[in-house]
Write a protein that binds this ligand. Sequence first.
Ligand SMILES: NC(=O)c1ccc[n+]([C@@H]2O[C@H](COP(=O)([O-])OP(=O)(O)OC[C@H]3O[C@@H](n4cnc5c(N)ncnc54)[C@H](OP(=O)(O)O)[C@@H]3O)[C@@H](O)[C@H]2O)c1
Length: 325
Amino acid sequence: MGNTYAVCGARGRVGGVVARQLLAAGHTVRVVTRDPNGLGDLVALGAQVRAGSLRDREHLTELMRGVDAVFVLTPVDVSAPDVNAVQRAVVDATAAAIRDSAVPRVVLLSSWGAELTEPVGGIIACHWFEQVLDEIDGLHRVHLRPVWFMENFLWNIALIKSVGINGSTVGADKPIPAIATPDIAAVAVDYLRSLTFEGRTVHYLNGARDYTMTEVTRILGESIGRPDLRYFRLTDDVLRKGMVNSGGLTPDAARLVLQISGAMDTGMVHAEPRSPHNTTPTTLEQFAETTFAPMYRAAPDASWRDKVGGALLRSYLTASQRRPA
Ligand SMILES: NC(=O)c1ccc[n+]([C@@H]2O[C@H](COP(=O)([O-])OP(=O)(O)OC[C@H]3O[C@@H](n4cnc5c(N)ncnc54)[C@H](OP(=O)(O)O)[C@@H]3O)[C@@H](O)[C@H]2O)c1
């Protein structure tokens, strides 16, 4: 007989794959969402949908009552005026529901850097989440600590289309580990299906290898037929304006992204040393082929106005790079 699970964030990237794989393995899966119409094939696959929010303690308690294990996370809502406040509300409601429903096992989508006590972007909420779960008596919990999501590079599609470059605030030669989100879901599903984890487990997920931004740019560029794509290290100010004006992020969300990029660049946010246990299969080359390139091709071209602004920015960046320091 199959097990019963509650999956939070099933409309999201990791939770969606977790829910689908558990259903495919014949288990009962309850999901929570504010938008049941946005669940795609999950309903047809048999997911039991409980419409509601991750910030609603009573709703989450009902969702989790009687299940064998839950998958939880704290979203990063880039449209929120105060991103950490939304995260805190989700952490508190979810942890209270875990306690109230007496669910025995939890797999948390945490993050690299979750050991840090000072606020770094949305990562501080993963720190809070691990802490509150660690305080629940008798709870068996896995804290998954994945590194930088390869899917974050999809944000750069608009930059590539309008400015004709790749860029971020991270130094061009700084090696950064990056992971494809289906690899996180696969590990989460292994834990959930086994139901054998005891006490506290911390599992880093370091991706297939580390990549410098120069390499990232070459790999992504080749996948879209632009092998000469160049990487520029942007200032915080340039990236902030881009994220707020064209990316639709709130100023607070942009501030948090810049905090994380800065902390990656200095090494303040870092993974544990690489090992077979924390290395995951999907390479950036595979991600570029299967995900980045198709999404690049499907994305609309930049408007005439954005292209003019982009050309000006590209000239400015090229000139600043030539200028002696
Ligand atoms: N990006 C990275 O590089 C990185 C690295 C390490 C760890 N992480 C962690 O990964 C997690 C995100 O995972 P993901 O990308 O799979 O998630 P996701 O796709 O962003 O979405 C997760 C879910 O959050 C819910 N949600 C969004 N805003 C909400 C709000 N204001 N109130 C209540 N619910 C809300 C949505 O539920 P509805 O269906 O109700 O809309 C959605 O299903 C975060 O905890 C982040 O810290 C990210």
